[in-house]
Every structure is written in structure tokens, then in C-alpha cells.
Design a protein around this ligand. Sequence first.
Ligand code: AKG
Ligand code: FE2
Length: 281
Amino acid sequence: MTITHVQPDTSAEAIHEILAGDGALVIDDLASVESIDAITAEMETFVEATPHGSDDFSGRTTKRTGALIARSPSSRDLVTHPLILDVAGRLMHQASTFQVHLTQLISIGPDSPSQSIHRDEWAFDFFAFPSDVHPQCNTIWAMTDFTEENGATRLIPGSQDWEVDLGHSVEESVPAEMTKGSCLLYTGKVYHGGGANRSDRVRTGLNLTYCVAWLRQEENQYLSCPREVALTLDDDLLKLMGYRIGAYALGYADDVRDPLDALRGTSGQMGFGVTPKSDGA
Ligand SMILES: O=C(O)CCC(=O)C(=O)O
Ligand SMILES: [Fe+2]
């Protein structure tokens, strides 16, 4: 049982095939070390100010620092990475649109125990999505090298079709070891968890996740990104954050205004009517 690694020039189709089959894979060195360093520098003061988690799942020696789109302009290229969005669209193909679910730096400190093994889609109230319906698609970008010793994310490849079970052990999982700049892609169904950090350095990953536009986002994008910052962002990023109609009629403002009009204070009525997908979803 291993985690497949592919090169950044691999096609979205081939990556999606591995993701659908194994539930996870690593794209080696997808981001440059310079872009990772730029994000780290932009986030430094925010990470310093972030308290440790208040429960075992969040991690009592782990920091979770969010609002990357507002706080780190350099992170926006990763949020909108064309290859990742292409693969995400393929995985969540039954939905007409998908959106940012959360942006979060996860800094696992030295002497942290393993996080319990879980599925990320349990966040949706443990709703039993059919095995072929993927409500979310996730990435963790390595901001530091990820090793077994420093708490690389651990996954159970192929576990996405398994029964719901809160008791899977860390021993069943393997570490997603990867170099700084690499990207772990995983579904909302695959069993995984943050690894134990037995090193003397912090392990940092950038968790950027996406969900279908008919579900609630884990990180509230309208509150995490102040309006004055949102007004500086381009339309494509704003739409990905949720400033668009998700599905037939979800998310309009007041008198059926496009959220982009509402954000900018412009008028204009929008029409409903997403054409049903040809695959019948
Ligand atoms: O930090 C990691 O490696 C994974 C964290 C995780 O799976 C989670 O918090 O849901
Ligand atoms: Fe998780």
C-alpha cells in the first residue's frame, strides 16, 4: 500500500483516474520553493498570533491559520492552480459548480501526537453521500518537507469505499512523504489524519480544499476576506470563493442580484437556470 507520486506535467485526466481509484496521490514539486517561501513570509505574523488547537482533533500543539486569500496574495495562485481546478472539476463532476471550502495553514509542532484517522466529508454532519458522489476535493501543499518523522499526513489509499468507522488506527495508514512545494491531493472520502511530529521542527502544510457549490463552506469566505480586499480580487477568484450562483438559485443577493453586483454595489438582475448536467446529476 503506497501513495502514488506523479510529475507536474501529468494530465488532469490521468491524475483524476488515480485520485478516484486510490483516494489520494502526490504531485511532486508542483509549486516553486520561491512561491512557498513567499506565502510563508506573508503568513508569518498571522501564524505567530494563532493559538494552538483546543481539542485533540484540532491538535493541542497544532496551529490552524486561515483566511489565506485575504492574508497571502501569493497563495491565490495555488488556490486557482489550473491543474488542481481541472482535477477538482472532474472529481465533483455531478455538480454544476464548485467553490473554495477552506484555506488553512496547518502547523504541527514538535511532540504532537497523531490526529485520529477520519474522513473530511464527515464535516457535513456525517451525511452518507453515495460512494460515487464526491462533495469535496482536497489538497495539502507541503510548506516544509513532509517526512514520516515530522508528521507527514497519513492516509489509507483505497479506503474511500469503506464503511463508516471512527476506529481506524494510525498503523493502517502510510505517510505522504513529499518535498516542499509538492501537493497531496485527496478526496473527502479517503481515511487520513495528520501524522505525529517526532522531530524538533514544525511541519507546515497548506490545506486548500474545494466543495460542491450546493454545500456550506467550512471556512466562511465572506467573513474571512474583508470586503475591501474582496473588491481588489478578480472575478474568477471571487466566483471560486462563492460570489456566484451555485447550482440553480443558490447564493443570490436581495432582489435576485448577482453576488458580484452586490459586492460592488452595482445593479442588475441575474437569471436563474443552470442547465442540468448531461450525466443526469
Ligand atoms: O495536517 C495534516 O496533515 C492533515 C490534517 C487533517 O486531515 C485535518 O485537520 O482534517
Ligand atoms: Fe482531514
